[in-house]
Ligand binder design. Structure first.
Ligand SMILES: Nc1nc2c(ncn2[C@@H]2O[C@H](COP(=O)(O)OP(=O)(O)OP(=O)(O)O)[C@@H](O)[C@H]2O)c(=O)[nH]1
Ligand SMILES: [Mg+2]
Length: 443
């Protein structure tokens, strides 16, 4: 058995010790991954089709990012109790969970993304290598990983709430390190890294300023789009900042403030208080006080449940607050599962699904809209019920949905029908969570 196969099933074996009696561990590892292997081109296609949201897992080494990522995507990555297990970023598909509109009908969707009315809407998830304080200056695995974060719409900062790893991510006794100290460091690293990019480009901006038609806002916009900011982001940031027109009068303070505002605008972040299953009393509460949005989690518990569910030992859908255990499990397995149940009863789930949902629906303010071709049956041309779901920014209208489905549909847009109400809606009608919409287009 390969090291990576062994690592993959370690958490499963820990929670289901008797699985060791299966004919071959490889078989279990195989079972666990049947649905998980996708080719790069499949990923690229899926992402291109939907203009999918992109979420990054960042944090100290050993905080549990890869465990979270594996559980959330059911992909195969290395997990290990030593720093820097992950060297390349892993990129995969995870899902936000919402209530499917089919729950208002007699018929359920028969798609993989809807399980008895629990709808799973794809988002892209990145597992970034561990970051240590000083990463912006190249410490640890360096700043290339900060670079990768520029692709993300939001960041899930995975913190080891158990205090069982020091600030470099090296194992220490549980409770020895104070996780509250880890909360702000990713923001600080990103600010400093962005400020250094801005400083590096400053000479160029000063040179441009000699041209008679120089405009500081245009010059900044051109530079900042290079670090993942949209024109709208830049406009908002510049509105908040007071700064000299002449780039030669800018000082480091101006540049740091710009970096920090830009990071706040473009990289919203939540804290995932991971390893809540072994965290000493009070740590999660103190993390809640130290950070705006905190979701307690046990990534390892989620991984065990998803693998147990794949193996047919438990009935569990991601995001459920409880699960049922199959009669076939042993006493030891049952004890392990009951331990997970205690944690998820306390926090309302393992936290993995809740963290993704919090980012998608609360932080990025998305709604889920469902385009259909047949407004009576809520189907597409092949009689598939509610075949697609799109995560649109709050405030989107039917034309935005049309363009998200396909630019051709957007260009040929004529009007839209609210399939629930069975009536035409105006082009500026604000869409709401769970709307089922038929778009009428010339294309
Ligand atoms: N008790 C407990 N252990 C966990 C949990 N999540 C992860 N771990 C363990 O923490 C260790 C590190 O997990 P990884 O997922 O490899 O951590 P990482 O953040 O990806 O680490 P790097 O790739 O080194 O940055 C492993 O031994 C995991 O089994 C959890 O929720 N609870
Ligand atoms: Mg990792």
């Amino acid at each position: 058995m390969t090291d990576s196969a062994r690592k993959r099933i370690e958490p499963l074996v820990r929670h289901f010790p008797l699985l060791l009696a299966f004919p071959s561990l490889e078989d279990i590892a195989g079972v666990c991954n049947v649905r998980t292997r996708r080719t790069e081109s499949e990923f690229a296609r899926e992402i291109a089709i939907s203009g999918m949201l992109s979420l990054a897992l960042a944090g100290k080494p050993n905080a549990g990012k890869s465990t979270f990522y594996t559980a959330a995507t059911m992909a195969e990555v290395d997990i290990g109790n030593y720093p820097f297990t992950t060297i390349d970023p892993n990129r995969g598909i995870s899902y936000a969970r919402t209530e499917c509109p089919c729950t208002d009908r007699d018929r359920r969707c028969d798609s993989d993304n809807c399980r008895s009315g629990k709808r799973y809407v794809p988002v892209e998830l990145y597992d970034v290598a561990g970051l240590v304080p000083g990463a912006h200056e190249g410490r640890g695995l360096g700043n290339q990983f900060l670079d990768e974060l520029t692709n993300a719409d939001a960041i899930l900062h995975v913190v080891d709430a158990s205090g069982g790893t020091n600030e470099e991510g090296e194992p220490v006794d549980v409770g020895e390190h104070d996780p509250v100290e880890d909360v702000d460091f990713i923001e600080r690293e990103m600010d400093q890294w962005l400020a250094s990019i801005i400083s590096r480009n400053w000479e160029d901006i000063e040179r441009q300023s000699r041209a008679p038609d120089f405009d500081i806002d245009d010059a900044l916009a051109e530079m900042l789009t290079g670090v993942g900011a949209t024109e709208a982001d830049i406009a908002l940031v510049l509105r908040e900042l007071s700064y000299p027109e002449d780039p030669r009068q800018w000082d480091d303070g101006n540049r740091t403030e710009l970096a920090s505002l830009l990071r706040e605008q473009t990289k919203p972040m939540i804290t995932v208080a991971n390893k809540a299953d072994i965290a000493p009393e009070g740590n999660v509460e103190r993390l809640r006080e130290a950070s705006d949005i905190v979701v307690p989690a046990t990534a390892e518990g989620e991984l065990a449940l998803r693998r147990g569910s794949e193996a047919g030992l438990v009935e569990y859908d991601p995001g459920d607050e409880e699960f049922s255990i199959d009669d076939g499990v042993s006493d030891d397995q049952r004890a392990g599962l009951e331990q997970i149940q205690t944690v998820i009863s306390e926090y309302g789930g393992t936290g993995v699904q809740k963290a993704i949902n919090t980012v998608v629906y609360d932080v990025l303010d998305r709604i889920t809209a469902y385009p259909v071709e047949n407004e009576t049956h809520w189907t597409d041309g092949q009689d598939r019920m509610l075949p697609d779901a799109f995560l649109l920014p709050q405030g989107s209208d039917p034309t935005d949905l049309a363009y998200t489905v396909h630019s051709d549909i957007g260009e040929g847009y004529l009007h839209a029908v609210d399939a629930r109400a069975g009536r035409r809606i105006s082009d500026s009608h604000e869409l709401a969570e769970g709307d089922v919409i038929k778009i009428v287009s010339t294309n």
